[in-house]
Design a protein around this ligand. Sequence first.
Ligand SMILES: Cc1ncc(C[n+]2csc(CCOP(=O)(O)OP(=O)(O)O)c2C)c(N)n1
Ligand code: SF4
Length: 378
Amino acid sequence: MVKINVPFLQTGSLVAGNRLLDEQDRAVASWQNRESSLTTGHRACQGCAEALGARWVLDTAYDCADGKLMVANATGCLEVFSTLYPESGWKLPWIHSLFANAASVATGMVAALAAKGDTETRVVAQGGDGGTVDIGMACISGMFERNDDVLFVCYDNQGYMNTGVQRSGATPPTARTATTPPVGPHPGQAFGQGKFMPLIAMGHEIPYVATASVADLRDLERKVRTAMSYRGARYLHVFVPCPLGWGSESGQSIQIARLAVRCGLFPLIEAVNGELVGSTKIRDRVDVMDYLKPQRRFAHVVAGKDPEQLAGLRAIAEKNIRRYRLLEGFGPSTESSNTESSNAESSNAESSNTGPSVEPPAGRDETTGPVTTEGGVA
Ligand SMILES: Cc1ncc(C[n+]2csc(CCOP(=O)(O)OP(=O)(O)O)c2C)c(N)n1
Ligand code: SF4
């Protein structure tokens, strides 16, 4: 008999790929009876990857929690576009916190549930990069340090988009924002190198930290499932292009997210108890310039107004590639990305990440660690 290798194309959708997979291996988006956690009633811009990322994260977390999930949301685009009074796009219990304190509100929700004897309902806190790396930092650090049983998700669109595209601590160098205009000898964002929150989270030695991208939704889904298999503080940092703030075509958000991974500027990594345990190998590496070109926020860099700017961005990509071993990747490979696609157009990054070790971090309380199938703690 002739063996035919059938490529699993688009396994995240209802088309051929999913029907070729066993039911338990199919993406959360393929379930016919599924209800989206974020649905009609929201007013995100066309092509908003934050809306896509949040829906995918919460649909997966909701599934992991058997529907017992509550969400605290920092102020930001995600909160504003999803809950314009009197409408709401959310189909799960959801609370709006202040800009700075989503992590603390989530901690309070966990404490209130515990006081009622409810150890099954899970809590997610979420916000933009401004609400995470800048104004929310103190509350998040406290939540990490206490190892509260919360999954904090940052949707990183690299700026304060909701209030008109101001610079945040996560805005990359050179980028044009409303507060870093492309003028003068060093146009655009001139400070730092873009705060990389996952390393700060790892410094707290919490059970699980990962980065993910809307460029690889199966990998994103797997990381949410891994995060939900733990108790204690967990952190997920999701790369979400913003067409309005980045000056890109709304139809190009996924492509731009892929290019960020492929050029090395956004590494896909995983860490357990503060130690790096896996990175996704870059397949088909591209130059940083390929990532910059479709975004008007980098138009002055592409035009070469200050040649050192491009060199600086390339150096950051090189450092990521070196630090996270992105050209080879490491850690045991995973189901989702191995079956993702053999088509370079539908997936340009191949994951070789590991699953987490089951060791709880030293000194943590006994509620830390992966959850057993019975819903208890291993
Ligand atoms: C203490 C405080 N300062 C400022 C604001 C105004 N504000 C609301 S949302 C926002 C920006 C949110 O940016 P980010 O967290 O990155 O989320 P995004 O909108 O980009 O998704 C700002 C400055 C506020 N609500 N509270
Ligand atoms: S401004 Fe950006 S983050 Fe906000 S809704 Fe529009 S595309 Fe999404």
